[in-house]
Design a protein around this ligand. Structure first.
Ligand SMILES: [Zn+2]
Length: 82
């Protein structure tokens, strides 16, 4: 399985992610993390309901995996298939 999340750009205070839609691979959602305001997603679900959407969950999961990688020195594949 290909990871649907990629980091596009990061600065000291923000990270810009792209999350590829699982059902429509031609659609990409932009998710931002800002140290002051937290997560933001450009999708309609988040825009209208202001609740955590699937894309944010994927980004959080991705960040957790990155954290684990840095702490344990494992690879993505090793974590993903446990
Ligand atoms: Zn979203």
């Amino acid at each position: 399985m290909v990871c649907p999340v990629s980091i596009i750009e990061s600065t000291d205070t923000t990270i810009h992610f792209e999350v590829r839609s699982e059902s429509r691979p031609d659609i990409i959602h932009d998710v931002y993390f800002d140290v002051e305001n937290g997560y933001y997603c450009g999708c309609e679900q988040y825009h209208f309901r202001k609740v955590e959407c699937k894309h944010m969950r994927l980004v959080k999961e991705y960040m957790n995996q990155l954290n684990t990688l840095m702490q344990t020195g494992q690879t993505f594949e090793e974590i993903r298939y446990k």
